[in-house]
Design a protein around this ligand. Structure first.
Ligand code: C2E
Ligand code: CA
Ligand code: CA
Ligand code: CA
Length: 278
């Protein structure tokens, strides 16, 4: 955090040097952290509306750092993204996710897994081959794998991202636009992208109960998404009121603390059993 000249220095504010050092450490320690199990993947369920049936989960990475404690993905992913290592992370998360899908299939559960893609991965023309290889290896059909991409990620380099997206889409993998509504060229570009799903940014869903503007944004994204033939997902669903409003608007899928927080592999499986075997 930068300190302005007329603001007194606070003892706890890390200096620029400390911030830089921490970021440097996160980048240089990332690969070994992956190898020695400090990085894990948590899963947050998604349910269909209005049935509330569990249809899948989003993969969210966690880093338990020996010195810093829990480090949020919002901090280490941008740091790692600047290096080639983010591809290693994507492959790790995809592999774990497909392994889960395979186990569910073996129990006759048809649920999909969503993996977040970084800007870097979208520019990698070999990525679709790795996806194909991973799907084959785990014997998972492509429609049970979803990639979530942000608008800024695609727009960073559309010339390179589009061919990659088209290939993934042709393979039958599901593509979702994440954090929808936060960018500025949303409407115009949504039609040009080979996507199947829009995910309404949680800031609008969280604000829906108290802010009529947020409510209007959510409603119009649901309508826009449906008019383009897309599945509409709301994230950040924290209470019954929000869920009921989304059902009323015709939103297709909900994800958020109301349903469950992101859970470790073991806890997700326990949650699933408790929910389905009753
Ligand atoms: P995201 O893709 O927008 O993920 C949703 C974030 O919202 C997650 O934060 C999740 O824990 C949080 N969330 C879920 N439900 C609720 C709710 O009801 N209320 C509130 N207030 N928050 C909710 P998280 O896990 O800290 O992840 C932050 C971001 O890090 C993700 O945002 C995603 O952009 C990125 N990320 C996480 N895992 C990966 C990954 O494997 N690869 C890449 N490239 N990015 C990842
Ligand atoms: Ca996401
Ligand atoms: Ca999001
Ligand atoms: Ca986000």
């Amino acid at each position: 955090r930068a300190t302005s000249e007329n603001e007194p220095m606070r003892a706890y504010a890390p200096s620029m040097g400390q911030i830089f050092l921490r970021r440097f450490q996160l980048v240089t320690q990332f690969r070994s952290a992956l190898e020695n199990g400090q990085i894990s993947v948590h899963y947050q369920p998604k349910i269909a509306l209005p049935s509330r049936q569990v249809i899948g989960a989003e993969s969210l990475v966690r880093w338990k750092h020996p010195e810093f404690g829990r480090v949020d993905p919002d901090e280490f992913i941008p740091a790692v993204e600047a290096t080639g290592l983010v591809d290693v992370l994507t492959d790790f998360v995809m592999d774990k996710g497909l392994e889960r899908v395979r186990r569910w299939m073996d129990r006759d559960l048809r649920m999909s897994i969503a993996v977040n893609l970084s800007v870097r991965t979208l520019a990698d023309e070999e990525f679709p081959d790795r996806v194909k290889e991973a799907l084959d290896r785990h014997r998972v059909p492509p429609e049970l794998l979803t990639f979530e991409l942000t608008e800024s990620g695609v727009m960073a380099d559309p010339e390179r991202a589009l061919p990659v997206l088209r290939r993934l889409h042709t393979m039958g993998v599901v593509l979702a636009v994440d954090d929808f509504g936060t960018g500025y060229s949303s409407l115009a570009y949504l039609r040009q992208l080979p996507v199947d799903e829009v995910k309404i940014d949680k800031s609008f869903v969280l604000g829906m109960g108290t802010d009529l503007g947020d409510m209007a944004v959510v409603r119009s994204i649901v309508e826009l998404g449906h008019s383009l033939g897309l599945t509409v997902v709301a994230e950040g669903v924290e209470d019954d009121a929000a869920r009921d409003q989304l059902v009323g608007m015709g939103c297709d899928v909900a994800q958020g603390y109301l349903i469950s927080r992101p859970l470790s592999e073991e806890r997700f499986e326990a949650w699933l059993r408790a929910r389905t075997v009753q």
